[in-house]
Design a protein around this ligand. Structure first.
Ligand code: TYM
Length: 329
């Protein structure tokens, strides 16, 4: 059976980009493969400084993952810091990747440039090594992600191939899987930048928990262009293309087909808002119910952790044996 792994950071609120680019694919895949999904709080530490925030965000994110439809009976949802093997294999990965490779990561370049005046942790730089550990620990064949994570999956493959070459066959070589539409949801106010929870201005970001009136307002104000033709052209008309992409992803159509049904920007905006509001309503309801029972949420997390632990410890032991560490037994 195909093994799938993908993770999300507990930083800020979950947005429509996370959902259309990743979470929705995770839910769709859970009955076809053996799926593992991590809440990667160690990764969030690269940019989190306030005490207490990570724990609360982790619990809320767990509620969101179950609310979007991950079924704890089939999907393994775990918390990264609860499985010590991530940190342990992370170090081994740091010693298998080069400084030059890490320097070429566009996410590091972007994030460190944005934080120019702030503290830039070494963890922000070595982040892809920990991500490689997340993936390789679970012998994942497929990693369903949004477009922005492709480079991190590529470097994971390079690391795994190098390790196997150096120490003998140990890791499964994973591949990235991105959805046909929704792989790169853009900011409604700045449609040439991806929708992101780390931006300062969030007027172009649709959060999963936004109220209908807020969603309507954000779509109404979405940046388009000065002509009035509804066609799908990412280069020439990034704002309109983004709306078409969102509406298509939400209604399981294609942006090109969706474009044929509209002649006015206003109609396209209100149809997009309506479709997103309808899609999010049941998720928001389930989220609130789940968050109302923290003991049950913790039970579900422990259940996932237990399953993840078994796989992770076997893989780490295999990697340590390949390297030839002195056994502690
Ligand atoms: P994160 O937490 O930023 O995002 C979680 C998932 O959401 C996708 N995504 C998007 N998809 C489409 N449009 C967007 N605007 C958009 N924004 C985010 C991301 O591609 C991702 O799939 N480094 C990862 C977390 C991670 C991970 C892993 C992922 C850690 N270890 C192992 C896969 C496997 C990250 O920061 O994702």
């Amino acid at each position: 059976m195909t093994r799938v792994l993908s993770c999300i950071q507990p930083t800020g609120e979950v947005h429509l980009g996370n959902y259309l680019g990743a979470l929705r694919t995770w839910v769709a895949g859970q009955h076809k493969a053996d799926v593992f999904h991590g809440i990667v709080d160690l990764h969030a530490l690269t940019v989190t400084e306030k005490p207490g925030l990570i724990g609360t965000n982790t619990l809320q994110l767990a509620a969101m993952l179950f609310a979007v439809g991950l079924d704890p009976d089939v999907a393994t949802v775990f918390v990264q810091s609860h499985i010590a093997e991530h940190s342990q294999l992370g170090w081994i990965m740091e010693c298998t990747v080069s400084f030059g490779e890490l320097s070429r990561m566009t996410q590091f370049k972007d994030k460190s440039a944005k934080r120019e005046a702030e503290f830039v942790s070494a963890g922000l730089f070595t982040y892809p090594a920990l991500q490689a550990a997340d993936i390789l620990l679970y012998d994942a064949n497929e990693v369903p992600v949004g477009d922005d994570q492709r480079q991190h999956i590529e470097i994971t493959r390079d690391i795994a191939i190098r390790f196997n070459h150096r120490f003998g066959e140990t890791f499964v070589i994973p591949k990235a899987v991105t959805p046909a539409s929704g792989a790169r949801v853009m900011d409604l106010q700045s449609p040439t930048s991806k929708m992101s929870k780390s931006g300062d201005d969030d007027s172009g970001v649709i959060y999963m928990l936004d109220e209908p009136s807020k969603i309507e307002k954000k779509f109404k104000r979405a940046v388009t262009d000065s002509d009035s033709e509804v066609v799908f052209d990412r280069e020439r008309k990034p704002g309109v293309a983004n709306l078409l992409e969102i509406l298509a992803a939400t209604t399981n159509s294609t942006p090109q087909k969706t474009a044929e049904s509209y002649t006015r920007y206003g109609d396209l905006k209100s149809a997009s808002a309506d479709a997103v509001i309808a899609m999010l309503a049941p998720i928001q309801k389930r989220y609130n119910e789940l968050l109302g029972d923290k003991a049950e949420l913790m039970r579900l997390i422990h259940k996932g952790n237990d399953r993840a632990q078994v796989v992770a410890s076997a893989t780490l032991a295999r990697a340590q044996k390949s390297i030839g560490f002195l056994s502690s037994k």
